[in-house]
Design a protein around this ligand. Structure first.
Ligand code: EPZ
Length: 414
């Protein structure tokens, strides 16, 4: 697939943009439905490619998904635990949540290794160690992985790194395990709290999500539930960067500002003036931006997923900014693309040095991954002339109706 997005830059933006539900919560919540014995209704599922791929996996498992205008009704009552070996498994990283969910429900899962954005090495050893601690055996053969257990028994699991994926996968597998599972040094991201609150509505006993100690007391059955998914903090952060780049009083709505504290305080430090409401952020002005240093960290630190969208703002800021990646040391492919548009960024050693200010010029660039694509959109909106962003399918994986939302704000994108 080689779809492209064309943006003619330089237009001021104004008005309101409504943020969709969280991609990274939804991609855990859909596989979690495997654990239910009854129907689950989810409101405001985002219209993004990653969800389409997960729906294909649900269909393979004989789980029906009815898509209504504002909700998905998912019926897992006739679920069949089949081998997941289709291309859709490789399309996204989050297909690995079927490991935890199917292992939890059936004590057996066989599937392909997951795919997802190429951000450098992305091992899943912590997930597998967690499953083994619960009593499972892991076998790999080529690209296939098979995990099975006679029974799953709760255990204390210490994560060497507070991995989002490993925390979620262990939670999914442990919901039906006998006794208590404790995940120590668990990830604290808001998406984990959202999944835990949905599982608890279904009858699970999970305490401590959002802290570094999560306790799961096993139950024998989960019922259905109705769940509203939290807003996407990364989509929100991206539009706040867009508003800082080109906006005249743009309001970003359906936001939980507490999820964005690291970004908002960094933007404030750079000189962006904002009004922060209970569920919105309005960007008032962003003139003469100051350079700033950023270090990506686990939540509540500065999100690695916002490192790429904020980089174009650092490029137009006065002075030298430094970005250090502590989550994905190789997540800098956007810098070479931004340099094609006139940026002056030097990368190496998990760091980027950004010399500003520069003026962006339209160019032909490539979205090498989802958030790289988001960064290129921010730059393209500011650029003089036309930018073509190739491989835009990466962007559609995570940004709901992006062209429509940009054009509603007054951009010229197609
Ligand atoms: C989640 O990925 C998100 N994906 C990512 O979002 C996000 O960048 C990342 O968390 C960090 O916040 C989803 O939620 C689907 P990790 P995940 O396990 O779970 C290492 C986006 O743009 N690690 O917290 O894969 C790993 O290599 C994306 O929306 C191990 O070494 O992230 C990385 O360096 C991309 N062994 C670090 O931990 C493991 O077993 C963080 O990974 C697992 C992870």
């Amino acid at each position: 697939m080689n779809e492209s997005i064309k943006i003619r830059g330089g237009r001021r933006l104004s008005g309101e943009v409504r943020i969709s539900s969280s991609k990274n919560a939804t991609v855990a919540i859909l596989p979690a439905v495997v654990l239910a014995s009854e129907m689950v209704k989810l409101y405001d599922v985002p219209n993004i490619e990653d969800i389409n791929a997960l729906n294909k996996i649900l269909a393979k498992l004989n789980i029906s998904v009815e898509q209504h205008k504002d909700s998905f009704v998912i019926d897992p009552t006739d679920i069949k635990n089949v081998v997941l070996d289709g291309e859709e498994v490789r399309k996204l990283r989050a297909s690995y949540y079927f490991m935890g969910a199917l292992l939890g429900r059936f004590k057996h899962v066989k599937m392909l290794y997951p795919g997802g954005c190429n951000l450098g090495p992305r091992p899943i050893d912590l997930h597998l160690k967690g499953f083994e601690s619960l009593g499972a055996t892991v076998k790999t053969e080529g690209d296939m992985i098979e995990i099975s257990a006679d029974e799953l028994i709760g255990d204390e699991i210490y994560l060497d790194f507070a991995s989002v994926g490993a925390t979620i996968n262990i939670m999914l597998a442990a919901v039906f395990a006998k006794g208590r599972t404790v995940i120590r040094n668990a990830a604290k991201e808001p998406e984990i709290i959202d999944l835990s609150s949905m599982l608890n509505k279904m009858g699970a006993h999970i305490r401590g999500a959002g802290t570094s100690d999560i306790k799961i007391d096993g139950v024998s059955r989960l019922k259905g539930c109705i769940h509203d998914i939290i807003p996407d903090r990364i989509e929100a952060g991206t539009y706040i960067c867009i508003a800082a780049a080109m906006g005249d009083n743009v309001t970003v709505k359906n936001v939980i500002p507490q999820h964005l504290e690291a970004l908002l305080s960094k933007l404030e430090e750079m000189g962006v003036e904002m009004e922060v409401g209970t569920d919105y952020v309005k960007v008032l002005s962003a003139d003469n931006l100051k350079a700033a240093d950023i270090q990506t960290q686990i939540f509540p630190g500065f999100a690695t997923d916002l490192q790429q969208p904020i980089t174009p703002l650092l490029c137009i800021a006065n002075g030298v900014s430094k970005v250090r990646e502590t989550i994905y040391p190789e997540r800098f492919k956007h810098c070479a693309e931004l340099n094609k548009m006139g940026a002056d960024i030097v990368t190496g050693d998990a760091k980027a040095t950004i010399n500003g200010p520069v003026k962006f010029k339209g160019a032909r660039v490539t979205a090498t991954d989802l958030r790289c694509g988001a960064g290129l959109i921010v730059a393209a909106l500011m650029a003089e002339g036309e930018t073509i962003i190739d491989d835009a399918y990466h962007i559609y994986r995570g940004y709901d109706n992006v062209i429509e939302k940009l054009n509603l704000l007054g951009a010229d994108a197609e």
